[in-house]
Write a protein that binds this ligand. Structure first.
Ligand code: URA
Length: 450
């Protein structure tokens, strides 16, 4: 048998696995038969697990990755809209700590005339999920019918929606197997997983926020860049306009992390009273989304106009309209302190021997995410319930100067023992050096690929 399968004849599952095991290229038809067979219950989990491991070890060619993406997209419902396709845009992030930018981007892009059918996921592992953040808003309903989604887009040009079982069901089945077979970290498998779900939304353009650094899925810049390159190449083959922003997750985003706390900080940003880093990143990501629809725009002018939408209060009003149309309590949004209500608060301070203060040299951001998970703000398993009130605030960034007695972070916990249980973990996440040291800061956006 040749290494590459160029036949249209039916291949038995072990032949598909063998081609991949030996580094060959599986044809669209063979891959489609194999994976449709899996969904139909005719190909066994252990055969797909072997195929996934072979893919993890051998990789996939560009066309094979595009084929896998297409098969995954078409395994479920593919949404179609009546709006010009170039105006239907979304953003996806590979996941971080404190990343509340989606809440800010949606109203900003709506004000620029885009349509945003934002379908988001829940947090799993140490990173947060947009749906969990939105559900910290009382009454907010993210599980909506296709009719409600269409009505939201017609009336408001956007909405925040949860992924339904109808979108890319093959991704869910494959992801569950990848999770238990150590095959999540494969660039072609990640690419197909992300793009299949986004393509099923019926969008014409996608901005990807591919994060690198200690809090990211891909810690190394080189790995994040390899993923971004594969995302761009695959999206192009499938006719999707894409911009990939490679952004720093070596510091938490903003000063608050945890579901309700992030809604509070998103409200601050929407009122132009938020932290500079997250405000800037939200504006830049929104500007890239607009550039996909209107490529001739001037990026700097666009950023200035988007900033104006925050300063004028218009972005906050659009956000509040969308949230209340989805059942969210508008009054809670008027006072961000409504979301800051954990019963126990504990400061994590610089150790006392740093009399003259210190500078933060590095942060193990993943540990901060794990601390939030342990406080009950994230899930250990899919069925866990989230406590929206817990998390961390007053978070510092790499390069920040901290005075003696000043917090590195403040824990928001349900009980004193919960706060005790994570205090050392949070303290150990921060590496500090002498206050005279100059610690260079990473640019928040390192590179943009398109
Ligand atoms: N996010 C996804 O949606 N899929 C992956 O495989 C990894 C991250």
């Amino acid at each position: 048998m040749s290494l590459n399968d160029s036949t249209k004849s039916k291949l038995i599952p072990q032949e598909v696995i063998r081609i991949k095991r030996d580094g060959g290229i599986v044809s669209f038809d063979a891959l489609n038969q194999f994976l449709s067979g899996f969904l139909a219950g005719n190909v066994e989990d252990y055969q797909v697990a072997a195929f996934l491991m072979a893919t993890w070890l051998r990789g996939m060619a560009a066309q094979e990755t595009a084929d896998l993406t297409t098969i995954m997209r078409d395994s479920g419902k593919v949404l179609a809209w009546d709006y010009p396709r170039n105006l239907v845009v979304d953003k996806h992030s590979t996941g971080g700590i404190g990343d509340k930018t989606s809440l800010v981007l949606l109203p900003l892009c709506i004000l620029e005339g885009l349509y945003i059918p934002m379908i988001s996921g829940r947090g799993l592992g140490h990173t947060g999920g947009t749906l969990d953040k939105l559900e910290a808003i009382p009454g907010m309903e993210v599980r909506v019918s296709a009719e409600k989604m269409r009505a939201m887009l017609d009336r408001f040009h956007g909405g925040f929606f949860g992924q339904t079982d109808e979108i890319a069901p093959l991704d869910r089945r494959l992801y569950a197997l990848r999770d238990v077979t150590a095959t999540v970290e494969s660039i072609p498998l990640i690419t197909a997983s992300i793009l299949s779900k986004k393509l099923a939304e019926g969008i014409g353009g996608l901005v990807m926020d591919v994060k690198f650094g200690s809090g990211a899925f891909m810690r190394e810049k080189s790995d994040a860049e390899a993923l971004a390159n594969m995302l761009v190449a695959t999206a192009r083959r499938l006719g999707l306009q894409i911009r990939c922003c490679l952004t720093d997750m070596g510091s938490p985003l903003g000063s608050m992390a945890g579901n309700g706390l992030e809604v509070a900080e998103a409200i601050d940003i929407l009122k132009n009273e938020g932290p500079a880093d997250t405000t800037r990143l939200s504006i830049e990501l929104a500007a890239h989304m607009v550039m996909l629809a209107r490529p001739d725009s001037d990026f700097d002018q666009l950023c200035a106009r988007l900033h104006g939408h925050l300063a004028s209060g218009k972005a906050f009003e659009v956000f509040a309209d969308v949230i209340s149309a989805q059942g969210g309590d508008r009054r809670s949004l008027e006072d961000r302190n409504w979301f800051i209500k954990a019963p126990v608060r504990r400061r994590v301070e610089l150790p006392s021997h740093w009399d003259d203060g210190a500078v933060i040299e590095s942060i193990d951001v993943r540990r901060l995410g794990v601390a939030i998970q342990m406080l009950g703000g994230g899930r250990m398993k899919v069925s866990d319930r989230i406590n929206p009130d817990v998390g961390l605030s007053a978070l510092k960034r790499v390069g920040d100067h901290v005075e003696r007695g000043e917090p590195l972070a403040e824990i928001h916990a349900q009980t004193v023992s919960d706060a005790d249980a994570v205090a050392n973990l949070v303290a150990a996440a921060f590496v500090v050096v002498d206050p005279t040291t100059t610690v260079p800061r990473e640019n928040l956006v390192w590179k943009v690929l398109s």
